[in-house]
Design a protein around this ligand. Structure first.
Ligand SMILES: [Zn+2]
Length: 372
């Protein structure tokens, strides 16, 4: 039986709408993929001006579903701002490649959910997709420091949670007072910290429940892009709750990406978000790995994560997100890494070839297909 895969194609962001998509090259790549794999779906987004109708027809002729890849709580103007404990909008200053933005709005606020529905109505309503792939369904991670993580205290959120706005961190080594990592969750012995992170997960889930209903009513299937479980608690993603609103989930197991959602990058950002010198950030990192009961984020650890997800989500499909694309600076992905993932990762229903087939060199794709 052929291996199941899903594939991502990045057509450019909403605010940089001039991306050129080489449809001939993409079709040639898919022709190769179809020989070795069953392509369950392709997630394409989110430049509303990209003309991909020929590619969509080609994919549908091969029985592949086409999903609209859409960022939800980031990348758009008109979001309700994320407010810190000081009552001010938090600064989020990450500069991304290719015009992608990583400033997050408040995922709880009714205005943010309304906004994403309006964008869909205005820009994508008539484009005939089979499904929707929801990305950035979360609060910010540590990429712009600690403050964006200790949110949200907007008036709307305050009315929902009533959490103390004087959250303190705890010493240097374990600033969030985490005592254990169990069933994809961290436990913090600080009541305020535990409550805040519980709240974040709860409101992300209820917003996704709302969007799930909205897109289901239009006959869409739904896929969710998720942080790796050991990072998900930090950003308000609860696998067990979110999975009930998905046909499939795609945890991002990006071990070679040094950019948001990339595992080494996010760990470094966690370690530096609490200040201090190089030595202390190393201690903090080591302490986190100890809590995860591993020496490094390797395939054995990822396989444990996949097993734990599987135990939580029942029959919802799980596609392990791995990079096949290449970017010299932030994703220097080469054949041996791709092959290690495909040969040794186990327990998923298939793989998501991330995060962009357009920027996947032939040697990377060929290396991946060799293992299927
Ligand atoms: Zn809020």
């Amino acid at each position: 039986m052929k291996t199941n895969v899903t594939v991502q194609i990045y057509t450019g962001s909403f605010y940089a709408p001039d991306a050129h998509i080489d449809l001939t090259s993409l079709k040639a790549k898919f022709t190769k993929i179809y020989q070795k794999a069953h392509v369950e779906c392709v997630m394409i987004g989110w430049n509303p001006n990209a003309d991909i109708s020929i590619l969509k027809d080609f994919l549908k002729q091969h029985g592949t579903d086409v999903y609209l890849w859409l960022p939800v709580f980031s990348d758009w103007h008109e979001m309700a701002p994320l407010i810190g404990m000081d009552n001010l909008p938090v600064t989020q200053d990450y500069q991304a490649e290719k015009g992608e933005r990583f400033e997050f709005g408040c995922p709880a606020h009714i205005k943010s959910i309304k906004n994403i529905k309006e964008i869909f109505e205005k820009k994508f309503r008539n484009d005939h997709y089979d499904g929707i792939f929801l990305d950035k369904i979360r609060f910010p991670s540590f990429i712009s420091g600690l403050q964006p993580v200790l949110t949200c205290f907007c008036s709307y959120c305050r009315s929902l949670h009533g959490i103390s706005e004087k959250i303190m961190t705890h010493g240097d080594e374990n600033p969030l007072a985490i005592t254990a990592y169990d069933r994809l969750h961290y436990h913090s012995e600080d009541k305020d910290i535990a409550q805040l992170f519980d709240y974040k997960a709860k409101v992300v889930t209820s917003s996704i429940a709302d969007l799930h209903q909205y897109f289901r009513e239009q006959g869409f299937k739904i896929g969710l892009d998720l942080f790796a479980p050991f990072l998900s608690w930090f950003v308000g993603q609860d696998y067990l709750s979110l999975a009930q609103y998905a046909d499939f989930i795609k945890p991002m197991f990006y071990r070679e990406t040094y950019a948001p959602a990339g595992l080494p990058y996010e760990i470094d950002k966690y370690a530096t978000a609490f200040g201090d010198g190089l030595k202390m950030t190393e201690v903090r990192k080591r302490n986190l790995l100890n809590l995860l009961k591993t020496n490094e984020i390797d395939i054995d650890f990822i396989n444990r994560e996949i097993k734990d997800i599987r135990n939580q989500i029942g029959n919802v499909k799980l596609y392990a997100g791995i990079e096949v694309n290449y970017n010299e600076k932030i994703a220097p992905v080469k054949a041996p890494y791709i092959q290690e993932n495909l040969k040794k990762m186990s327990g998923a229903d298939g793989f998501a070839f991330s995060w962009d087939l357009c920027s996947t060199p032939d040697e990377n794709l060929d290396a991946a297909l060799e293992c299927l």
